[in-house]
Design a binder for this molecule. Structure first.
Ligand SMILES: [Zn+2]
Length: 107
């Protein structure tokens, strides 16, 4: 399952394809087990474009739901912190930690 929240790009499943060299030699790069066993089969097990599109749309919808859930959770935490008398100091401390702990910050 693709997950857009782990910082990794979505995994694109391999599909069978042919490579043709300048001399006209063609060779198969198999993307599924069916073609690995029989390169000459008419229809392999690789997803067709419509199936790939459906899978990508499902992954997008999942990422959107995940984002909305995290957004709701973050907004709830911010509201709870700001409701405290020391909310501003807590947010200032959190901002400083975020800058300090950011992956791109020099250490
Ligand atoms: Zn295939």
């Amino acid at each position: 399952m693709m997950n857009s929240l782990d910082g990794q790009p979505p995994v694109i499943p391999p599909v069978c394809y042919w490579v043709e060299e300048e001399g006209g030699t063609r060779w198969l790069v198999p993307g599924c087990m069916s073609r690995m066993h029989d390169p000459d089969i008419e229809r392999c097990d690789c997803p067709v474009l419509a199936e790939e599109l459906s899978a990508v749309r499902r992954a997008r919808d999942t990422a959107r739901r995940d984002y909305r859930g995290l957004r709701w959770w973050t907004d709830s935490i911010l509201a709870a912190v700001h409701a405290r008398p020391d909310g501003i100091a807590i947010m200032k401390s959190a901002a400083e930690r975020a800058v300090q702990d950011a992956p791109h910050s020099p250490r």
